[in-house]
Design a protein around this ligand. Structure first.
Ligand code: ZN
Length: 255
């Protein structure tokens, strides 16, 4: 979508770095303009009215002026601070992952309001959900769908027959699940445990209100993570750094 000389947008601050003497450079995800790099002038001065509004994972309303190189934040107001995500290390690591995933898949100009809404809803679910990790898995699966990479979970990719509730195969390179006849011996295909298969299908077809009520065993949780991660890494062609950080936190929590 074309931006005027001065434009308004809702946005989610994904990342900020120091810039110059007192400015901040922001990476902001927006519904209609995709990922934007914006300059918040003077945002590091203690007296700045922008300071409190440009923290990571804050959902904001922005008035932006087109600049020659960088667009400039003219006004900013907080819609939702999502403070808990910055106060709790585990939740912060999950939020960074959400941001990294969005920044990995979305580019400047990528208009996708449903993906923006899903992202904001996910941050609020991370704050409130009984099982924040499940909220993250739901986000991954639904985001892949909204980005045009929906994994096929109902028909065998090779023979197009209805997949049965048995141990099928998961094959990221093929785009989803393959029946036992066609999955065995297929390069990169791994057996997909039935409980994991069922949760994936349930997440693809049911709203969060119902998915959030599921009780997932620790084993299925690890399996869901690894299946979705393999699919994401295949599509992105790289690993995301925050995944390693989440794993490190988890290991340290166990010690
Ligand atoms: Zn088949």
């Amino acid at each position: 979508m074309d931006r005027g000389r001065l434009y308004r947008t809702e946005g989610l601050i994904l990342h900020r770095t120091d810039f110059g003497e007192a400015d901040r450079l922001l990476t902001v995800y927006t519904p209609r303009y995709g990922l934007l790099r914006l300059l918040a002038k003077g945002a590091r001065k203690p007296t700045s009215r922008k300071a409190g509004h440009v923290e990571p994972f804050t959902c904001v309303n922005l008035l932006v002026a087109r600049g020659r190189n960088l667009d400039i934040v003219s006004q900013v107001e907080t819609l939702e601070p999502f403070r808990r995500l910055r106060e709790n290390l585990e939740l912060a690591s999950l939020s960074y992952y959400v941001g990294e995933l969005i920044a990995g898949f979305a580019g400047e100009g990528d208009e996708n309001p449903p993906l923006f809404d899903l992202t904001v809803a996910t941050l609020s679910r991370l704050c409130e959900a009984r099982d924040p990790t499940l909220a993250l898995r739901f986000f991954e699966l639904r985001a892949l769908g909204l980005l045009g990479y929906q994994p096929q979970l109902f028909l065998c990719i090779t023979c197009q027959t209805q997949l049965e509730p048995v141990t099928n195969y998961f094959c990221p390179a093929a785009g989803g699940v393959v029946c036992p006849c066609h999955g065995e011996g297929l390069p990169d295909a791994v057996p997909l445990a039935l409980p994991t298969f069922k949760v994936l299908r349930y997440m693809q077809t049911h709203p969060w209100d119902q998915v959030g009520a599921l009780r997932i065993s620790p084993e299925t949780h690890l399996d869901l993570e690894s299946v979705l991660q393999s699919f994401i890494v295949y599509q992105l062609e790289r690993r995301l750094r925050s995944v390693d950080f989440i794993h490190r936190l988890r290991r340290e929590a166990k010690v």
